[in-house]
Design a protein around this ligand. Structure first.
Ligand code: FES
Length: 143
């Protein structure tokens, strides 16, 4: 147990948090609880994406999205962004994407508005949404 706590602190010191921290644990131990079905949305997140970085520059164009730290971040319009967990509320599959209009789960087709409200039967439970603010070319994603 103590080892796990130390490793947790070590990974946090490297900047791993929430879903990415879980991914690290899944990578180093073959726990059955690390299957895709068992991931849970991060309750507390706070990270910033540099939109001049090639990895995130897709977010400079409306309709695009990236996935970072288990969060799907979409450029909704020239002035707005939206962010939700990658984990679908239907059967907890981490398969949510942005289809250019709304958030969409590729597993069974659940759809969610940009604020996380379910818009069809499979999406009826909604999805955890996060806040975003753009400052210059830095996009902060936080809960
Ligand atoms: S798990 Fe997303 S629609 Fe079923």
């Amino acid at each position: 147990m103590e080892d796990k706590i130390k490793r947790n602190e070590f990974l946090k010191s490297l900047g791993f948090k929430g879903a990415s921290l879980l991914a690290v644990y899944c990578g180093v131990s073959s726990l059955s609880s690390c299957k895709n079905e068992d991931v849970t949305p991060a309750s507390s997140i706070d990270f910033t994406l540099d939109l001049t970085n090639a990895v995130y520059s897709k977010l400079n164009t409306a309709g695009n999205y990236v996935i970072s730290n288990g969060i799907v971040i979409a450029r909704v319009s020239s002035t707005s962004f939206a962010a939700v967990t990658q984990v679908c509320s239907h059967e907890n599959k981490a398969n949510v994407i942005y289809n250019g209009t709304e958030f969409y789960c590729t597993q069974h087709g659940a759809t969610f508005s940009t604020s996380g409200v379910g818009t069809n039967a499979n999406g009826s439970r909604g999805i955890k949404a996060y806040q975003t603010t753009l400052s210059g070319t830095n996009l902060r994603v936080f809960s």
